[in-house]
Ligand binder design. Structure first.
Ligand code: SME
Length: 174
């Protein structure tokens, strides 16, 4: 019998959600709930989306699961969130205490990943996950979160066939 990992199971579940969700907004709401419930180490899961037409550009909190955050609007020059959106790179922080860019959401957060969401090659938002565990986002988790971000980008583009994720990343464990 083939052995499936938890990550493979969750990957399948999010791809099923993407097939069934009528809109990208529905998909984002269902996805944050599923990721938060199914992966023990994902203690806060949420989307930040770029406010259409805002100058200077602004990330606005969208669908999320976990404790309320004081950071409902984040400019691109602030936070791990701003770094990911402005660079178009996945940012993985193994120890948030050691990263001067980090904007605290919860005192319990130890590590964080932020993956940009692209629509027609442009960043439109991002998927942000915080963990109470240090260095929670191994390469397998990074690939899962990037896959989720691609599903949302595809849904926003109105396409149903998942493109493969080719996101670049930067890891900070200073
Ligand atoms: N930690 C993020 C802010 C968002 S909260 O974690 C939900 C950052 O440094 O940008």
């Amino acid at each position: 019998m083939p052995v499936t990992s938890k990550i493979d199971e969750v990957r399948l579940e999010v791809s099923e959600l993407a097939k069934a969700a009528p809109t990208a907004q529905d998909l984002m709401q269902q996805m944050v709930k599923l990721l938060h419930e199914r992966v023990l180490k994902y203690n806060w899961v949420g989307f930040y989306m770029l406010e259409p037409g805002a100058q200077p550009p602004m990330l606005v909190l969208g669908a999320f699961e976990g404790a309320m955050t004081p950071h409902t609007r984040i400019p691109l020059n602030q936070g791990i969130c701003g770094a990911a959106a402005s660079s178009g790179l996945t940012v993985v922080v193994d120890d948030v205490k050691k990263d001067p860019r980090y904007l605290a959401c919860s005192l319990e957060t130890k590590s964080e990943i932020v993956v940009p969401v692209f629509v027609h090659g442009k960043v439109v938002g991002e998927l942000d996950i915080d963990s109470h565990f240090p260095a929670a986002f191994t390469i397998e988790h990074q690939e899962l979160v990037q896959y989720c971000a691609v599903l949302v980008g595809n849904k926003m583009e109105g396409s149903s066939s998942p493109k493969s994720s080719s996101s670049k990343s930067s890891r900070s464990s200073q």
